[in-house]
Design a protein around this ligand. Structure first.
Ligand SMILES: Cc1ncc(COP(=O)(O)O)c(C=O)c1O
Length: 429
């Protein structure tokens, strides 16, 4: 197993590590020592420090028996987030309308400022909602498009968004232009050229997924946005899988609209999403759930959701604290280290194993798909669970056929060794 740990280390500058008190009980005897050691390391060096990450794991309440390697679907919340939700639920149930609408509601604007800062945008461009589907459907169904206007998209985009576009096609007569992408890929030109080739004088929108759910492919959104803008075309970006996963700010993508789910990589309670759009676009997009002034340029018009849990929303604050304490750069480096560990060692097991995700930094991070020649993705995922109690998800789409494996910051090398044993078993079947 030691030979598996021979990845090249690349030292990079590191900022000071904030207190680890968010992660673990401060009475832990080795905590200070570990924190001191961690401070000396670059994110890539720290990524390999099992002691450090074993303390991070203590902030989670994940099952020690079932190994969860489907963190792409939805993430568990760390303990401080779970505690916050429980605490706020207790308050709310003492007098719901007073605590929710009178007290907790006052937290929304500071929360908007905090999350906007993390995302690198203005708070006046951020709306809270329940998930990526709601965020992007608001944009897709609300943006001004006429009969004959063209939208470019592909089959690897997420089905909910494709359904929204198809509904607009059905109702409004817009035209959907489908492009083919060859995945996996680490060829930027091959990933951008199909969008460029599909542009006509009628193209109004390009829909692009930042990280494709089927195999974890990261798309060159910035390049696609720059090409689109040269021709006056708007870009809608599905950021469900990348926010608080890879280290970026929304403006880095150059897109016009962005939606994400905060219950994925931020670890906020389930049912939290975020919508961002450029300030100048707000007035032109109709809200999905109308308010009295649907043409206002106030982003809050998208938050007229009716009664919902403010406790869930307000607990985003603790998830953000945890994210800051961990540091996005450190988190990304650990996730990539774990992904490399299992994927590269899986390839070494047998020629029957394929990794259907690019392993280069620019084009992937935690999500990757393992295929085994002669087996369907669902058979692989079933054996992982039935025999090894490893929870993954099957992915079968166009050229992708395998089990999608997604570790998290609480995943250990031991967990991944069990996965490698399972892969080895399947190759011998
Ligand atoms: C790329 C992508 N977009 C959107 C979604 C939908 O997210 P949600 O169900 O939180 O709305 C997902 C869910 O996994 C996804 O993978």
């Amino acid at each position: 197993m030691n030979s598996r740990r021979s990845f090249i280390r690349k030292a990079t500058a590191i900022s000071a590590i904030p207190t680890l008190s968010s992660f673990v009980n401060l009475t832990q005897p080795r905590l200070e020592e570990i924190q001191k050691e961690a401070l000396k390391k670059s994110p890539t060096e720290l990524a390999e420090d099992e002691d450090f990450w074993s303390f991070i794991k203590q902030s989670y309440t994940v099952s020690p028996q079932i190994i969860n390697l489907n963190n792409g679907g939805v993430s568990p919340s760390p303990k401080p987030v779970q505690d916050s939700l429980e605490r706020l639920n207790h308050y709310a149930n003492e007098c719901p309308s007073y605590y929710m609408w009178g007290i907790m509601d006052q937290g929304r604007e500071p929360l908007r400022e905090n999350i906007a800062k993390f995302a690198g945008v203005s708070p006046e461009e951020i709306a809270f909602n329940r998930n990526t589907t709601e965020a992007l459907d608001t944009i897709i169904l609300g943006m001004p498009l006429q009969k004959g206007d063209e939208v470019i998209l592909c089959e690897y985009d997420y089905p909910n968004m494709l359904n929204a576009w198809r509904q607009r096609e059905m109702r409004d007569g817009i035209v959907l232009k489908w492009i083919d992408l060859k995945l996996p890929s680490d060829d930027k030109k091959a990933l951008t050229q199909p969008y460029l080739d599909a542009i006509t004088g009628k193209t109004k929108v390009i829909h692009v997924t930042h990280m494709i759910n089927y195999n974890g492919q990261i798309m060159p959104v910035k390049e696609i946005s720059d090409l689109a803008h040269k021709k006056g075309i708007e870009v809608v970006c599905d950021g469900a899988h990348t926010f608080a996963h890879i280290d970026f700010k929304i403006p880095d993508l150059g897109c016009d609209y962005f939606g994400t789910s905060l219950h994925k990589w931020l670890g906020a309670p389930i049912g939290n999403g975020l919508l961002w759009m450029k300030k100048e676009k707000i007035a032109t997009v109709y809200p999905l759930l109308p308010n009295p002034n649907p043409k206002t340029d106030n982003i809050r018009k998208f938050e007229n959701l009716g009664t919902r849990s403010f406790m869930i929303e307000q607990s985003i604050g603790e998830a953000l604290n945890f994210q800051y304490a961990l540091g996005n750069e450190r988190k990304e480096a650990r996730l990539r280290y774990l992904r490399d560990y299992w994927a590269k060692n899986a390839l070494a097991i047998s020629d029957r194993v394929s990794i259907q995700t690019s392993l280069s930094k620019e084009f992937s991070c935690a999500l990757a798909v393992v295929g085994i020649d002669g087996l369907m993705g669902r058979e692989i995922a079933k054996t992982f669970f039935d025999k090894y109690k490893i929870h993954t998800t099957q992915r079968t789409k166009i050229d992708i056929n395998g089990s999608r494996v997604t570790p998290h910051v609480y995943t250990s090398i031991n967990d991944l060794d069990r996965l490698l044993t399972a892969i080895e078993y399947l190759t011998k079947g």
